[in-house]
Structure formats: structure tokens, C-alpha cells
Write a protein that binds this ligand. Structure first.
Ligand SMILES: Cc1cc2nc3c(=O)[nH]c(=O)nc-3n(C[C@H](O)[C@H](O)[C@H](O)COP(=O)(O)OP(=O)(O)OC[C@H]3O[C@@H](n4cnc5c(N)ncnc54)[C@H](O)[C@@H]3O)c2cc1C
Length: 438
């Protein structure tokens, strides 16, 4: 049994990192226990808040559209102001580490904008890096679409073909180009992370600038994959823009998520500075529970099993993909506490024929109260010292409504604050952890 801490956060995706940040900023001792890195390692560097309304309509002002969401939606439980608190905490933290994230604005009001992907589609999002200026896209007439030899995920000709299908993009002049690989082996298959690493090595900036300078001449916009460094605050995108003399926009990419890793990098640096302990490759396989409280978590790590305790717990274990939700024949359960999650008993009703439609199975997750504590099947409080955050929550569908990072950061931040408050109260009343100090 390890030493009792104030707050244990399970999961190191965006939900878990924001929860740990909130609790640590309240002066609490925080330990993160995590099996893997979570979805930041596969996501982009843009934060979706709410891209589509429940009726499928495209959303311009996500703050106004939140009012239309179902009462059980995580945003409805928190209210827009608490969502904003989480968002501000994220942007203030990443900016401190050189990664400025901001929304586009129209008539002085923040709004969603549509950003090109390496498939040539346009995706709605809310926060994007400040190297990205949406007006540049609209104004551009001559666009260089660049990729790298050996990088099969981004084909300039395909990007251009797709972009031309959008009315705003149809009448631009496009120039596809493949720049040389930075690796000796020209036939190696590369991904965006390989290239972002290569760009940060000595000579990387010269490789990018040297390869693009001549090709970008006469162009007023360069679209390229997200390869300008994998760290928050990498100066490469700015250097490139200055050297080429025109806007350079990194398109959103499929995994691995270089943009998401930049956000993760900023948060990890901040958490390290606050003294947050990170236990990696550790799988929470169960929990000790009595009288509606979590007493301890059971951990399995590198062949060793042990229990660990805290005064309050945040579960940010993700959904089906993250590992927080398990699907079994005829039912879905939350993995650590074994909470039953509402899904029809007939598996045929879990999905719909329309692949991009709202699937019942995509919305499965833990039901919580407005403090993010789990509820049982009858709507009663299941555990009073446990708070859930992020994709582990039910009643929202990030893939369809485009709210992934938004829900994770807002609920993570509020769950961390609530856990910190509970842990502080336990300190004040002299209660060690539920079950006593080890
Ligand atoms: C391919 C892809 C791209 C995306 N791109 C974007 C994007 O660009 N913008 C956006 O806003 N949203 C995006 N999303 C959605 C977004 O990534 C997720 O909704 C959000 O990141 C979920 O964060 P989370 O912290 O709740 O969960 P996760 O990121 O899934 O993290 C779960 C964490 O819990 C850990 N864990 C789970 N179970 C256990 C256990 N028993 N013991 C220990 N640890 C455990 C996991 O290892 C992991 O660290 C994308 C999603 C996908 C799939």
C-alpha cells in the first residue's frame, strides 16, 4: 500500500491532466495513475467545444448553442460559466509554455471556424494555435499544398481535389508539391510525428525553409501537415512564415496527433513544476468500496499488484477507446467500479446503419450529478468521494457533436476542483483517507 495522498487522478488524457492541474493549483498533493497517454496522442492541436447542435446543424457560436443541449449533457450539468473556467485555465497554461490557443472571432465575438484537414475536408473547431489566422484562408488566391516524400497520410493532389468541392475554396489556384524527406532512407514510410521530430533536430528548420522557399514563391498561403515541431512553443511555424513571407497553416492530421502532443507537453511541464506525481504504465484494476465511499484503488503495474489511497478520486479513464468503458455481450460497464451503464440489452440497438449518425454506443458513459459524482441505475449517488470527467461521461457524443477536448477540459477542471475541496475538508476534520493512513 502506497502513502495516502490528497487526490488521485486516474488517466492522463486531457480530462485527467486538467483535473490534476485544478487540484494542484488548490495546493493539494496530487498523484496521477495512468495506463497510457490517452487521446491527446492521437488528436489535433485544435480544441473542439461544440461543432454541431443536436439536430445536426452546424454551430457558429458554441456558447449560445450550449443552452440547447439535453439536461444530462456534461455542459448542461456544469453551465457555460464553468466550461469557460476550464477553457481559460487551459489557454492560460499552454500560453505560459509558448503555445497560444485562441478562437476565431467575428464582430468581436468568438466563434467556431472550419479548418482544413490532410484529407482536404474542413472540420469545425473552436480554439486553434495563434499561428493559424482563419482570415488568411479566405483571402488566399494562390495556395501551395505541400507534403513530404514518404509521408503517405497527406497527398497534395487529393487535398486539392477535396478542397475544390467547397464553394469558398473552389476558385483558388493550387500548386501541389512534395518536398524531399529529411531521412537518408528515401523509401521509408513516415508519419507526422517522425517529421515533427526531424524538424526539431539540428538542421530541421533549414530543411523546411530550404525545401519550401522557392516553391512558395508567388503564393499567398502554404498548407502543410502538422510537422513544425512536437513541443509546445516550438518556433518553427513562425520561422517558416517569416522566411516564406506568407501565412503557413498546418492542416489537421490523422494520428499520431502532433498537435495534441503539443498541448500535452505544455500541461506536463506545468504539472511537473507543481510537483504532481505521475505513475505511468499502471492499470487500476479495481477498487475497495464501503458505505458509498472509495477506500482504495487496486493497481497492477509491471507485474506487481498493490493498493493506493487518497482523500478524493477523479476518474478520467476515457470511453471505449481510452479504456474507461468496457463493452460486454448485452451490457456496458465502467471499468474500475463496475458501474452499470445504460445501453439497450439488444446489441442490434447499439448502432445505426448511418455510420456518421449518432450511435447509442457512442453516448454510453457514467451518469453523474452536477458535481460530477457517479449515480446508480436509480439516479441515487453511488460514490461520494469520486468524481468522473471527460470521455468516461455519458450523455454526449464527441465524435458527432465535435465537443471532445471541450468536455474533457471543462469536466476535468471542475472534477479536480471538487476533489481538492473534499480533500481539504478531510484534512480539516483530521480524517486521513477513508480507511486511514498507511
Ligand atoms: C482520432 C481522434 C482524434 C481526435 N481529435 C480531436 C481534436 O482534434 N479535438 C478535440 O477537441 N477532440 C478530439 N478528439 C476527441 C478527444 O480526443 C477525446 O474526447 C478526449 O481527448 C477525451 O479525453 P479523456 O481525458 O476523457 O480520455 P482519454 O484521452 O481517452 O484518456 C483516458 C486515460 O485514462 C487511462 N486509463 C483508462 N483506464 C484506465 C485504468 N483502468 N487504469 C489506469 N489508466 C486508465 C488511459 O490510459 C488514458 O490515459 C479526437 C478523438 C479521436 C479518437
Amino acid at each position: 500500500m502506497s502513502r495516502t495522498t490528497d487526490v488521485i487522478v486516474v488517466g492522463s488524457g486531457l480530462g485527467g491532466l486538467m483535473a490534476a492541474l485544478a487540484a494542484a493549483r488548490q495546493g493539494r498533493e496530487v498523484r496521477i495513475i495512468s495506463e497510457g497517454t490517452g487521446c491527446l496522442a492521437i488528436g489535433t492541436g485544435c480544441v473542439d467545444l461544440l461543432g454541431y447542435a443536436p439536430d445536426g446543424a452546424s454551430v457558429e457560436d458554441p456558447w449560445a448553442a450550449m443552452a440547447e443541449l439535453a439536461p444530462a449533457h456534461p455542459y448542461s450539468l456544469l453551465g457555460a460559466e464553468k466550461v469557460r473556467e476550464g477553457l481559460d485555465a487551459l489557454t492560460e497554461t499552454t500560453a505560459r509554455h509558448g503555445l497560444v490557443l485562441r478562437p476565431a472571432s467575428r464582430d468581436g465575438k468568438p466563434r467556431n471556424t472550419r479548418v482544413p484537414t490532410i484529407m482536404g475536408t474542413l472540420k469545425p473547431t473552436y480554439l486553434m494555435p495563434d499561428t493559424f489566422e482563419p482570415d488568411d484562408l479566405g483571402k488566399a488566391k494562390r495556395v501551395l499544398v505541400a507534403s513530404v516524400m514518404g509521408f503517405r497520410d497527406c497527398r497534395p493532389a487529393l487535398v486539392i481535389d477535396q478542397l475544390r468541392r467547397y464553394p469558398d475554396w473552389a476558385n483558388k489556384e493550387y500548386f501541389p508539391c512534395l518536398i524531399p524527406t529529411p531521412f537518408d532512407d528515401a523509401h521509408r514510410a513516415l508519419n507526422a510525428l517522425d517529421l515533427a521530430r526531424a524538424a526539431e533536430r539540428p538542421g530541421g528548420s533549414e530543411w523546411l525553409i530550404g525545401s519550401l522557399k522557392e516553391r512558395a514563391e508567388g503564393c499567398d498561403l502554404v498548407l502543410m501537415p502538422p510537422i513544425c515541431g512536437r513541443h509546445a512553443g516550438s518556433p518553427l511555424a513562425r520561422e517558416l512564415r517569416e522566411a516564406l513571407g506568407c501565412p503557413v497553416v498546418e492542416m489537421l492530421s490523422i494520428p499520431p496527433g502532433v498537435g495534441g502532443l503539443r498541448i500535452r507537453d505544455a500541461l506536463m511541464r506545468e504539472l511537473a513544476a507543481l510537483g504532481v506525481e505521475l505513475v505511468e504504465n499502471a492499470n487500476v484494476i479495481g477498487a475497495g468500496v464501503a458505505e458509498g465511499k472509495c477506500l482504495s484503488l487496486d493497481i497492477s503495474s509491471t507485474g506487481r499488484n498493490y493498493a493506493t489511497k487518497a482523500r478524493a478520486y477523479v476518474l478520467a479513464t476515457g470511453g471505449i477507446l481510452g479504456g474507461g468503458v468496457l463493452l460486454e455481450p448485452g451490457r456496458a460497464i465502467e471499468r474500475v467500479f463496475g458501474l452499470d451503464l445504460a445501453l439497450p440489452a439488444d446489441v442490434a440497438e447499439w448502432t445505426e446503419p448511418e455510420i456518421f449518425g449518432s450511435q447509442a454506443v457512442s453516448k454510453v458513459g457514467v451518469r453523474v450529478d452536477d458535481k460530477l459524482r457517479p449515480l446508480d441505475a436509480n439516479g441515487a449517488l453511488a460514490l461520494e468521494n469520486v468524481f468522473f470527467a471527460g470521455r468516461s461521461l455519458g450523455a454526449h457524443d464527441p465524435a458527432v457533436e465535435k465537443s471532445g477536448y471541450g468536455v474533457a477540459l471543462a469536466t476535468g477542471w471542475q472534477a479536480g476542483l471538487a476533489a481538492a475541496e473534499l480533500a481539504a475538508a478531510a484534512h480539516n476534520t483530521g480524517e486521513a483517507a477513508t480507511g486511514g493512513e498507511q
